[in-house]
Design a protein around this ligand. Structure first.
Ligand code: ZN
Ligand code: ZN
Length: 254
């Protein structure tokens, strides 16, 4: 059995729980301790249920809650050498450094990290597997690549970034330089890039697609689903939008 839920997804804070067998891992934590504990409880979990935190990169919406949570609950933390080098909070209770190309095992969960094009020191995302089931996270990247396409075929489930709608970004409140950063090859995926990638890697095996990291200013759920419907129509029924404010349902592969 492999199951997962997002505690929140978006530029104000990210955390995803992934459970395989007796092991429950938190992917990133951009929330305060109080908020994390509240959201974990909504997912039916206690802080002590978290076996480890794995970190994708040092941006605040992913790492701000990692150090405080690890110190309060003595939780082991895994991050790349580059991410640790770039993060300001070095006081991690139990730190484990890894390279973004090296598979690793945390309890019952196998993790295959892979590097991503993003404006961070050594960002990565993960394929999680337990038994025959494979779930991947793919957020915070400026473009997709043939490497990612080959790596992420044969998934059972995927959390995929749909950060912004190109027109909404252009007409939205952000200044030119911030827009250029988001749009760039080391920024974030827009809805069309995400939908096209989804169409490329879609197989009958892919049962669940979580669409996340939506910009609150430059995107909205209706536009995301409309774009998926246009570029990856077969995936619409399996797709769910992840929210910044709400804990998602658990999605289970069994
Ligand atoms: Zn982010
Ligand atoms: Zn980021």
């Amino acid at each position: 059995m492999l199951r997962f839920a997002t505690l929140g997804s978006g530029s104000s804070g990210n955390a995803t729980v992934v459970q395989g067998g007796d092991t429950c891992v938190l992917v990133d934590n951009g929330f305060t301790i109080k908020e994390t504990v509240r959201r974990l409880a909504q997912a039916g979990l206690q802080p002590e249920d978290i076996s480890a935190i794995v970190v994708t990169h040092e941006h605040g919406d992913h790492i701000s809650g990692v150090g405080p949570f690890s110190r309060r609950y003595n939780t082991p933390v895994w991050m790349t050498h580059g991410t640790f080098g770039a993060t300001r909070d070095k006081k991690i209770a139990d730190l484990n450094l890894f390279h973004a190309h090296e598979p690793m095992q945390i309890g019952d969960l196998s993790l295959e990290p892979f590097p991503t094009p993003h404006d961070a020191a050594e960002s990565c995302q993960f394929v999680f597997s337990c038994g025959a089931f494979r779930f991947a996270t793919l957020t915070d990247l400026g473009c997709t690549t043939p490497y990612l396409q080959s790596l992420l075929t044969d998934l059972d489930a995927l959390l995929l970034e749909c950060n912004y709608d190109a027109d909404m970004l252009r007409n939205g409140p952000y200044g030119e330089s911030l827009q250029a950063r988001i749009r760039g090859a080391w920024g974030h995926l827009d809805n069309v890039q995400a939908a096209r990638f989804l169409e490329q890697i879609d197989t009958p095996r892919l049962r669940r697609v979580l669409l996340g990291h939506l910009s609150e200013k430059n995107n909205c759920p209706d536009v995301v689903m409309e774009t998926i419907g246009h570029y990856a129509p077969k995936a619409v029924e399996r797709a769910r939008i992840m929210s910044q404010s709400e804990v998602s349902d658990w999605y289970e592969l069994a």
